[in-house]
Design a protein around this ligand. Structure first.
Ligand code: FEO
Length: 174
């Protein structure tokens, strides 16, 4: 059984993950508007991954006999100044999510909730990857420095990204 503080924090994290999904779908739309279809595809994969993150938390709350409370998702930005800016925003956003996950983890220590803490370990590892991915693309974009051929090649590379369902959902019956 989940205690109320943890239940509220997990529900807030579901909302944050759904906001992330919404943000990445908006970024995909921005990339489409510039004709960068590979980058748009990369953000569409992000969109699906964020929904997975929300579903992992949803499943966990149900498993622990808690209550899922889905709240309104705030509006997201709809435009950026440049492709570089959209990926810089991605990194800033993921750093913010890392802080949310770290705070949640700290709360589980405070509340002696080690089952939730164990579940959150997957998210801690995932955040390392999320930040690294965004940073690598930013580094590439800075190296390319608006070179048309470079942008074309990076767009092709990012468009090859395939969605893979998050591991904690693979064996779930929920
Ligand atoms: Fe759900 Fe991008 O972290």
């Amino acid at each position: 059984m989940l205690n109320k503080k943890i239940e509220e924090a997990l529900n807030a994290q579901i909302n944050a993950e759904m906001w992330s999904a919404y943000l990445y779908l908006s970024m995909a739309s921005y990339c489409h508007s510039l004709g960068q279809t590979g980058m748009a595809r990369w953000f569409e994969v992000q969109f699906k991954e964020e929904q997975d993150h929300a579903k992992i938390l949803f499943n966990f709350i149900i498993q622990r006999n808690g209550n899922v409370t889905l709240t309104a998702i705030d509006a997201v930005p709809t435009t950026w100044d440049s492709i570089l800016h959209v990926f810089e925003d991605t990194l800033v956003h993921e750093e913010g999510v890392t802080k949310l996950i770290n705070d949640l983890f700290a709360l589980t220590t405070q509340e002696n909730d080690y089952a939730t803490q164990s579940m959150l370990k997957w998210f801690i590892d995932e955040q390392v990857e999320e930040e690294e991915n965004a940073q690598t693309i930013i580094d590439n974009l800075k190296m390319i420095n608006d070179n048309g051929y470079g942008l074309y090649m990076l767009d092709k590379e990012l468009g090859a990204r395939a969605y893979v369902q998050a591991a904690p959902l693979a064996n779930s019956t929920l």
